[in-house]
Design a protein around this ligand. Structure first.
Ligand code: IPM
Ligand code: MG
Length: 352
């Protein structure tokens, strides 16, 4: 079993160290770790945010454990050299089209949610975000119009097969949960969304046991703070999923708690090839200070164990250890606590 560890930028290396500490406690036999540079770190060392050797390591692994990318010193670079292109490039190169972003309220954290505790308590949802298409990967540029004005544009599109494959992932996820699926789009305005909705309805014929509903994204953003308990599995496109998953994180209490799995169709000997990362970014403002909450990273490791290595029992143990640490009051600054990155990692490791 081989894991490619890409710590990346900002707080990435700090939180990665804590996840590896937890992995060490599990003492999984036959596990091999590889490390490579990615993001701004890779750009500064090798001149590219996703160097060929980094991609090769990922392609030769069963799973990728990913910290974060984003480096303000790279913001003025041409877009293809910016750190974010590394994660977008990996999602594309490994065809990781299905991004699973669970958001569940941890017992005892209700008071930390941006929502009222009785509303927040209800949160137990899974956002299934399409990750290989949409406006993220369409033609884009800043061009000069004949009259001299500059114009920025990004081409939004979804092909039916792209919608179909993510819809299947979402319906199957719904079958394993409460058997309800809400598809979020903007079909009242966008043709891309109209096709999305048509195809999701077509696919639904194969899942008669799942109750399908549709919601416009603006309404979904509103409903997510009004009554998040109404959602179980939500399926949506790349851009809407990016936005709604950050919003869902604050409903749970902190973006420092949300993990994600990005999966494709490729099966390895042990499970599905995937990339696992916290949904937060590199947080350059607190990088190197030992303040970042590593829990989202550790929970991403749990998802890796489950989906890519077939180690459900170990995944559940890691999740239980995080929940126990939280219940015991082990909280980072993001949750109003005073525990640092290493102390949180130690606390989770000792509860394992
Ligand atoms: C995320 C991030 C990325 C995205 C960025 C870093 C490119 O916000 O994973 O949600 O927009 O997908
Ligand atoms: Mg995002």
């Amino acid at each position: 079993m081989k894991i490619a560890c890409l710590a990346g930028d900002g707080i990435g290396p700090e939180i990665m160290a804590e996840a590896l500490k937890v992995l060490d406690v599990l003492a999984i036999e036959g596990l091999e770790l590889g490390h490579a540079d990615v993001g701004g770190t890779a750009y500064h060392k090798h001149g590219h945010p996703l160097p060929p050797e980094t991609l090769a390591l990922c392609q030769a692994s069963d799973a990728v454990l990913f910290g974060a990318v984003g480096d303000p010193t790279c913001d003025a670079l041409e877009r293809h050299l910016r750190p974010e292109q590394a994660i977008l490039g990996l999602r594309q190169a490994l065809t990781l089209f299905a991004n699973l972003r669970p958001a569940t309220m941890f017992a005892g954290l209700e008071d930390l949610s941006a929502l009222r505790p009785e509303v927040a308590r209800q949160i137990d949802l899974l956002i299934v975000r399409e990750l290989n298409g949409d406006v993220y990967f369409g033609e884009k540029a800043i061009r000069t119009l004949p009259d001299g004005r500059r114009q920025g544009y990004d081409f939004m599109s979804y092909a039916e097969d792209e919608v179909r494959r993510i819809a299947h992932v979402a319906f199957r996820a719904a079958q394993g949960r409460k058997k309800t699926l809400c598809s979020v789009d903007k079909a009242n305005v966008l043709e891309t969304s109209q096709l999305w909705r048509d195809v999701v309805i077509e696919v639904s014929a194969e899942y008669p046991d799942v109750a399908l509903s549709h919601m416009y994204v603006d309404n979904a953003a509103m409903q997510l703070v009004r009554n998040p308990g109404q959602f179980d599995v939500v399926v949506t496109g790349n851009l809407f999923g990016d936005i709604l998953s950050d919003q869902a994180s604050m409903c749970v209490g902190s973006i420092g708690l949300l993990a994600s799995a990005s999966l494709g169709e490729k099966q390895t000997q042990y499970g599905t090839l995937g990339l696992y990362e916290p949904i937060h970014g590199s947080a350059p403002d607190i990088a190197g200070q030992g303040k970042a909450n590593p829990m989202a990273m550790i929970l991403s490791l749990a998802m890796l164990l489950r989906h890519s290595l077939g180690l459900e029992a170990q995944a559940a143990r890691v999740e239980a250890a995080v929940a126990q640490a939280l219940a015991d009051g082990i909280k980072g600054a993001d949750l109003g606590g005073s525990h640092g990155t290493a102390a949180i990692g130690d606390a989770v490791a000792s509860r394992l």
